[in-house]
Design a protein around this ligand. Structure first.
Ligand code: ADE
Length: 421
């Protein structure tokens, strides 16, 4: 079996991690049990480009249990857990092409290795695999033609794919897993909220209490980070470009400012906007000595590191995941995890119990594509509502939480228009 990983010698440690994560993924495990019986993915080739973590491993094992032939590459060069990759190859017979710290050339070579398996269903986190396939220079038009459909995990990827759809260039259907309520309301908010703080704390060992903590972007991810930073005792400032979100942040009790206003005040800055150059030259120049910058948006473009380098007389790595930039004005600025996803590079990404929901959506969306691809167009679809609801129901059941049922009279009341004041 072809693969490209750090070392098979790491496999036993990886297996322990995979099993540990699996214990907190009851919904995925119940889907696995069902897949194992019914084999809805029998013979289907699935190519996935996801963060190679212990949680993703549980998704891959579930798809394989459903009868699929799966292969996996990384969706970020710094998030791969090498021991997990090794265990997937050695213990589960799943081809993995991912090495933590791989360079851009190797990263895209690994995407090509997954495409070489001629997948019928693909899974993306950030749309790098799909956009590779859609580039005119891509050497594999035949691969593109054999794809039934793809899933997309994250906000940034869905934005990219909707723009492909708008230009009329999308070549196959997409199920936007991120649009499921059981995905973005939980993974983006509670997952990013906790894991981003986890990454910052592991990288710096700083106390968050008493810090002035600037959160750029008040989408679901930004909301989660702002909430958790506040919970740890920071004074939180939010920056936004959307009036509605800015207003929401104000009503949630946060101070809202422009980045130009926040730059000279903040101690820690986190970007989660999905856009580029959110913190740039004019902001670096105003920052306090010792300011810490991190990104938890999908790509490493939110902090303009090239501009920071140009402003600096010296740059050095002073701790794992902490780069020190000494500016011409002698002030020091620290960038965590090279401006890449701090939660996945310096910590372990979202905890398993929240990835349980996201990857339940991935599993059932893959099954949906396998069953319905003949009736799907070249569009970006939401996860079907019944799947979303069923995942919430299964999670509540696993948490042993019961909810009320409507009485027939209540149901009738909600369905009628006659009764009023
Ligand atoms: N995205 C965020 N956290 C993740 C995790 N733990 N595994 C896979 N993808 C993720």
């Amino acid at each position: 079996m072809k693969h490209d990983i750090r070392s098979l010698a790491l496999a036993n440690k990886g297996k322990d991690r995979i099993e540990w994560a699996g214990q907190s993924m009851p919904v995925v495990l119940s889907i696995r049990k069902n897949f194992s019986r019914t084999k809805p993915l029998k013979g289907v080739r699935i190519g996935a480009c996801l963060h190679v973590t212990s949680e993703t491993a549980n998704l891959m094992i579930t798809l394989k249990e459903g009868g699929a032939h799966v292969s996996l590459c990384a969706s970020n060069p710094l998030s791969t857990q090498d021991e997990v990759a090794a265990s997937l190859v050695k213990h589960y017979g799943i081809p993995v092409f991912a090495v933590n710290g791989e360079n851009s050339k190797q990263y895209y070579r690994h995407i090509q290795a997954v495409l070489a398996t001629n997948p019928q269903v693909t899974m993306d986190d950030g749309a790098d695999l799909i956009s590779t396939l859609h580039r005119t220079r891509d050497p594999r038009p035949e691969t593109r033609d054999s794809i039934w459909g793809s899933t997309e995990e994250t906000t940034t990827g869905v934005i990219r794919l909707k723009s492909l759809e708008k230009e009329g260039k999308l070549q196959f259907p997409i199920i936007a897993v991120n649009e499921a309520q059981t995905k973005h309301l939980f993974d983006n908010r509670y997952g990013t909220g906790q894991s981003t703080l986890d990454g910052i704390i592991r990288a710096t060992n700083h106390l968050i209490a008493g810090q002035i903590f600037v959160v750029a972007g008040y989408g679901w991810c930004g909301k989660g980070v702002a909430m958790r930073a506040k919970g740890l005792g920071a004074q939180v400032i939010v920056t936004e470009v959307e009036p509605l979100r800015a207003l929401e942040a104000v009503m949630d009790g946060f101070s809202v400012k422009t980045m130009a206003e926040a730059a000279p005040i903040g101690n820690i800055f986190v970007t989660l906007t999905g856009d580029r150059d959110v913190i740039r030259k004019e902001h670096f120049l105003k920052m306090k000595d010792g300011a810490i910058l991190a990104n938890s948006g999908h790509f490493d473009i939110e902090i303009d590191i090239a501009a920071l380098k140009k402003l600096s007389r010296k740059t050095q790595r002073i701790r794992s995941f902490v780069d020190e930039y000494i500016l011409q004005n002698r002030k020091k600025i620290y960038v965590l995890a090279e401006g890449r996803l701090v939660n996945l590079a310096a910590a372990e990404g979202h905890p398993a119990s929240v990835m349980d929901l996201s990857f339940a959506n991935q599993s059932l969306s893959a099954e949906y594509i396998a069953r319905h691809h003949d009736n799907l167009g070249r569009k970006v679809y939401a996860v079907p509502e019944p799947i979303d609801r069923e995942i919430a129901r299964l999670k509540l059941e696993a948490m042993q939480i019961s909810i009320d049922q409507l009485t027939p009279v209540q149901k009738g009341y909600l369905e009628s228009w006659q009764l009023g004041t």
